[in-house]
Design a protein around this ligand. Structure first.
Ligand code: GLU
Length: 441
């Protein structure tokens, strides 16, 4: 059965980059009728925070990315310790004692000699007595996985055939000197034991994948199908990594971005299919194919989310936005006509408030000197009684007859006088909502 996981480290809020990973894994699982796991990668007790775990869940719920179950790496430390023992028994795990400064020096030397900066495995030559002495002096060493020096190959769902020379990669550290288990091994143990069949993650993980494939194979597990999506850049192709902090999902939510706008964009951006606004998650699931994504960096422009949000809002019935309409101050008996007017004229729901204020209080009229008399005459001709969808048509016909004005010369001054703007809602829909005018009538 298809099983995928989204595996954030709870060290911050999730942003558009993480969302891509979450969404792709979610869509693969749902399309296949499989399982989607939310895995909290919290083996780093100093950086992991409970508030971020909660925030990640909230953000995913906001988007409707429902998980089938939650797993936490901090609950599974004994599993990782067992696996570490296994690797030790197999002779694939060794303790190394170099300090960060020593490693740095080694790397610099290698680079000076034109060699790739790969860990030289000096620790493999330490005798037991030497290790004992180093341990006494420096504390426990780190534990490195001994890679087999051969080519590591896989067919990547996005990048195609990949082949990496294991000799060009340092033996990965899987356990730190203080005993902290690192993501590389925890992830392998989880993916294997939880039967994860497909892993989509960012292309910054390609080297990890190479080493993880060897670890999985050493443990006799089955490798998931890997796919690595390209990293997001800004609209000009600039690195986004520094700005991701401002592209947290909660910031976008605050700015009024609608979930379906964000999901529709992210499910297609960087693929060979066009971005199309979808109204239901089911449509996104149906149309998703990870193989259609390309390896080239993907340009992301936060501004693209706003036209999609506007279009999405336009398509919604009042029932879906009733709360926002009420929050803007609109009385229940006007909610239906108000929404019919406003939906065409907002970018985000936050704009509702301004439209309601215009309806309730009227606008500062915009009247050119040459129109002053005309407007006064028109206002005097406003029909008595309650306004409806016909009122504007009737009124303007009367005004036309009385003043001889027509077309733009008739409508534009009226619009500007009533709304203070040159453009905006259809006047026939707006007029019955203008409380001030109604009160005068
Ligand atoms: N916690 C890892 C990350 O956030 C997970 C990577 C993976 O999907 O394996 O980068």
């Amino acid at each position: 059965m298809t099983t995928t996981r989204f595996a954030p480290s709870p060290t911050g809020y999730i942003h558009v980059g993480n969302l891509r990973t979450a969404l792709m894994n979610y869509l693969i699982a749902r399309k296949a009728g499989g399982t989607f796991i939310l895995r909290i990668d919290d083996t780093d007790p100093e950086r992991s925070k409970e508030e971020y775990v909660d925030a990640i869940k909230q953000d995913m719920e906001w988007l409707g990315l429902h998980w089938d179950r939650v797993e936490r790496q901090s609950d599974r430390l004994d599993r990782y310790a067992e696996t570490a023992d296994k690797l030790r028994e197999m002779g694939r795990f060794y303790e190394a004692f170099e300090t960060p400064t020593e490693l740095d020096l080694k790397r610099k030397k290698q680079l000076n000699m034109g060699k790739p900066p790969v860990y030289d495995r000096a620790a493999l030559n330490l005798s037991d007595a030497e290790k004992e002495a180093l341990r006494a002096k420096r504390g426990n060493g780190v534990w490195r996985f001994k890679l087999d020096h051969e080519r590591i190959e896989w067919n990547d769902g996005i990048l195609g055939d990949i082949s990496i020379d294991a000799a060009s990669v340092s033996d990965p550290v899987l356990i730190r000197g203080d005993g902290q288990v690192l993501y590389t091994i925890a992830s392998v143990v989880d993916d294997t034991e939880m039967g994860v069949t497909n892993v989509v993650r960012g292309s910054d993980h390609v080297t990890n994948t190479a080493t993880q494939i060897q670890i999985i194979e050493a443990l006799g597990g089955t490798c998931p199908r890997f796919a690595h999506h390209s990293l997001l850049t800004g609209p000009q192709g600039e690195a986004l990594s520094k700005r991701l902090g401002t592209l947290a999902l909660r910031d976008l939510r605050e700015q009024g971005v609608q979930p379906m706008a964000l999901l529709s964009l992210m499910a297609r951006l960087g693929s060979s299919d066009p971005v199309e606004l979808r109204s239901e998650m089911a449509e996104l699931i149906e149309g998703f194919d990870v193989n259609r994504f390309g390896a080239a960096p993907t340009k992301f422009d936060v501004q693209d989310l706003f036209p999609l949000t506007a279009k999405h809002l336009q398509s919604l019935p009042l029932a879906d936005v009733a709360e926002a309409v009420a929050d803007a101050g609109v009385p229940a008996d006007l909610a239906e006509p108000f929404w019919a007017m406003a939906r065409e004229n907002i970018t985000t729901l936050a704009d509702l408030k301004g439209w309601w204020e215009l309806c309730r209080d009227g606008a500062e009229p915009l009247i050119a000197d040459e129109d002053r008399e005309f407007i006064a005459e028109a206002m005097a001709l406003l029909p008595e009684g309650s306004f409806d969808g016909e009122t504007w048509g009737k009124w303007t016909s009367t005004v036309k007859e009385a003043t001889g004005r027509k077309g733009k010369g008739l409508f534009m001054p009226l619009r500007k006088a009533l709304t203070g703007m040159e453009r905006g809602p259809e006047m026939a829909i707006l007029l019955p909502l203008l409380q001030v005018i109604r009160a005068k009538a």
